[in-house]
Design a binder for this molecule. Structure first.
Ligand code: NAP
Ligand code: ZN
Ligand code: ZN
Length: 347
């Protein structure tokens, strides 16, 4: 067993604290990764506070992991020591169902094995990237292109793929108008990626202070969702809406901003449901859809796309000792646009 240091939530009600635990030994197909950086995703906060139910404690969160290969198992083919690699939201899946076979492991019929707060085959809870090292099967490890900085690349492993995958799935491109709701970690990646795909992007936000950021990130337009005028002026404007908001809000207001046949894609996961009005959907044959992260091949394609288009996350790098303060700032929307933990602070 490999003794590892991390920061863990011991319960849903307590702050994260220093925690020592064991990782499995490196098996024939495994890669041991020394973690250098890990992003803080809003999902880490939802899960560390058990807002979705089913959390496993103690929990070391973190699924936006970048590091270097420290050791490889005897059968590993894809990686060698010192390679810069990444790990996202899952570390295994059944590998035999239709979804796994087509590279959509996130929709594995047996359920993907989450990077943390999951149960490994041996029954042990998985633990995430707010830690010094991780052992992962090579088939679930990504290659980080050398053009990307490790801190700027880490959030791509969740925020990047979560926005890239639905844009690709629904073929959002040059002739489309897209609204991104919520300019946070996911939202700012959506703006950068959609812009690079040639799409006209409008940001719908609650924060007037983010107007300039939206412009800088490449948005065509910015509108405040606190102003009722936004919802009349932008009626039937968009082919697609990508909703990244983490808190309950009224989906019906946004549906009215879709053209006929438009699609609203939910990626944000508020902890409370919303009532849907049927008429705005029916009268314009609109759709509401959802999407979760992306498969391994697609995540690699997204990393390569970001390297080609010079896209990284805008990050604020912090030592791990500041993680609890960072959680509070994420909840206040006070981060531009992703906290990334520098794991050198845990050595
Ligand atoms: P984040 O950085 O906190 O961004 C969320 C944004 O939502 C905020 O910046 C804010 O944008 C807006 N917002 C927050 N509270 C709001 C409220 N009460 N009303 C309206 N807008 C509000 O979070 P994130 O890391 O991007 O994650 C966003 C959500 O996606 C979370 O629920 C997370 O769990 C989920 N997620 C889903 C997937 C998936 O695969 N589907 C993957 C990762 C994360 P403005 O200031 O611009 O309004
Ligand atoms: Zn995430
Ligand atoms: Zn499967």
């Amino acid at each position: 067993m490999l003794s590892t240091q991390g920061y863990a939530a011991m319960t849903a009600k307590t702050a994260l604290q220093l925690f020592s635990f064991e990782r499995r030994e490196v098996g024939p197909h495994d890669v041991l990764i020394t973690i250098t950086h890990c992003g803080i995703c809003h999902s880490d906060i939802h899960q560390a506070r058990d807002e979705w139910g089913g959390s496993i404690f103690p929990m070391v969160p973190g699924h936006e992991i970048v590091g270097t290969v420290a050791r490889i198992g005897s059968s590993v083919k894809k990686f060698k020591t010192s390679d810069r690699v990444g790990v996202g939201c899952f570390v295994d899946s059944c590998r035999t169902c239709a979804a796994c076979r087509e590279g959509s492991e996130q929709y594995c019929e047996a359920g993907m094995l989450l990077t943390y707060s999951g149960r490994d085959k041996d029954g042990q809870p998985t633990q995430g990237g707010y830690s010094t090292q991780i052992v992962v099967d090579e088939n679930y490890v990504l290659r980080i292109p050398s053009a990307l900085s490790p801190a700027g690349a880490a959030p791509l492993l969740c925020a990047g793929i979560t926005t890239y995958s639905p844009l690709r799935h629904w073929g959002v491109g040059k002739y489309h108008k897209l609204a991104v709701v919520g300019l946070g970690g996911l939202g700012h990646m959506a703006v950068k990626i959609a812009k690079a795909m040639g799409t006209e992007v409008t940001v719908l936000s609650t924060s007037e202070q983010k107007r300039k950021d939206a412009e800088r990130l490449g948005a065509f337009e910015f509108a405040l969702t606190s102003q009722p005028e936004t919802f009349t002026r932008l009626q039937r404007r968009f082919d697609f809406i990508l909703d990244t908001v983490s808190a309950p809000h009224n989906y019906n207001d946004y549906v009215n901003l879709l053209k006929t046949d438009g699609t609203m894609i939910l990626v944000g996961v508020p902890d409370k449901p919303t009532l849907l009005e049927p008429f705005p959907l029916i009268l314009h044959r609109r759709r509401i859809a959802g999407s979760v992260i992306g498969g391994i091949r697609e995540t690699q394609a997204m990393l390569d796309f970001c390297a080609t288009h010079n896209i990284e996350s805008d990050v604020e790098v912090i030592p791990i000792q500041h993680v609890n303060e960072a959680y509070e700032r994420v909840l206040k929307g006070d981060v531009r646009f992703r906290f990334v933990i520098d794991l050198a602070s845990l050595k």
